[in-house]
Design a protein around this ligand. Structure first.
Ligand SMILES: C[S@@+](CC[C@H](N)C(=O)[O-])C[C@H]1O[C@@H](n2cnc3c(N)ncnc32)[C@H](O)[C@@H]1O
Length: 290
């Protein structure tokens, strides 16, 4: 049985916007995870198999291709897996449809299990149970995700960044998602607390940074599940013909920058995500399925 979230992540509009507008990770993320793997790998054997659970359209999978003999991406959405296969350029990467709570791997067969922006969607006790079962005794787990990004004309200029952040996030929480979702960073603090392992640590140092157009930033907002919930609510509401809140966001940005005459695709902003990584080895959840 596929996870309930597969319904949402199989929607064509969700898959498309997700693939176009979610950030790619950089090598700093895989370097941090591989540093941990190297520290805990006990044998002379090379790293064999890594699994990316909740791989989506493969945003993080390829980062590990050069470190392992084989990397397998797995996701409960067959549409995400189709996109991942289409975009794959590596012979040692393959993709499968499946659930984080019932992973199709033998006991003690995996060197690294990792998840990117996905663990908060899983039934965590069941996933941790599966991770404990399939990891080799010295195998490692790396769960990473990102916070809501900082946005600014120049992120080095703290004052203008505060103004731009306020335009973006105040607008979003006021007009699009009146009950702000829990900051992902907090969620992973909870995940971290619940991991039973011989050794666990977290790393909050990695950042990914791009220059994006306002059009891309608006696309990012549209890729969040709470934007989908806003659209569903709007469809049912009598206000469905009122101006779209997302147009208000892009107008407010352009006004503050004095560039109302420009297209969103011609307005450039810096955008930065803090990545947080939860690392563990010697997981001890087997048989504790709740
Ligand atoms: C927010 S996306 C992250 C995708 C990608 N890893 C990234 O970093 O952008 C979450 C992904 O987890 C998948 N997912 C959610 N619950 C799942 C589950 N229980 N088992 C497998 N995949 C799951 C969704 O289908 C979706 O593709």
């Amino acid at each position: 049985m596929l996870a309930p979230s597969s319904k949402y992540f199989n929607r064509d509009d969700v898959v498309k916007i997700y693939q176009q507008h979610r950030p790619q990770y950089n090598k700093d993320v895989s370097d941090k995870i591989m540093e941990f793997v190297r520290k805990h790998h006990n044998s002379e054997e090379p790293y064999d198999l890594a699994v990316d659970v909740g791989c989506g359209s493969g945003q993080a999978t390829s980062l590990f291709a050069s470190h392992f003999r084989e990397v397998i991406g797995i996701d409960c959405s067959h549409r995400q897996i189709e996109e991942a296969k289409l975009g794959n350029k590596f012979l040692n990467i393959s993709f499968l449809v499946g659930d984080a709570e019932a992973l199709p791997f033998k006991d003690k067969s995996i060197d690294l299990i990792f998840t990117a922006a996905a663990a908060h969607w899983f039934n965590l006790p069941k996933f941790l149970n599966e991770a404990s079962r399939i990891l080799k005794p010295d195998g490692c787990m790396g769960l990473f995700s990102y916070c809501f990004p900082k946005v600014g004309r120049s992120l080095k200029d703290a004052e203008s960044q505060k103004i731009d952040d306020a335009i973006m996030w105040n607008h979003v929480w006021k007009h699009i998602s009146p009950n702000p979702p829990t900051e992902p960073m907090l969620k992973y603090a909870n995940i971290f607390k619940n991991i039973k392992a011989k050794h666990k640590e977290r790393n909050d140092e990695v950042k990914i940074k791009y220059t994006w157009t306002l059009e891309q930033i608006v696309g990012l907002i549209k890729s969040y599940s709470w934007y989908g919930a806003y659209l569903d609510m709007k469809m049912k509401s009598v206000e469905r013909n009122s101006p779209n809140a997302i147009d208000g966001l892009s107008q407010a940005f352009k006004q503050s920058m004095g560039v109302e005459h420009l297209q969103d695709s011609d307005v450039h902003l810096e955008i930065e995500w803090e990545i947080f990584i939860v690392l563990a080895t010697g997981l001890n959840h087997t048989g504790q399925n709740e």
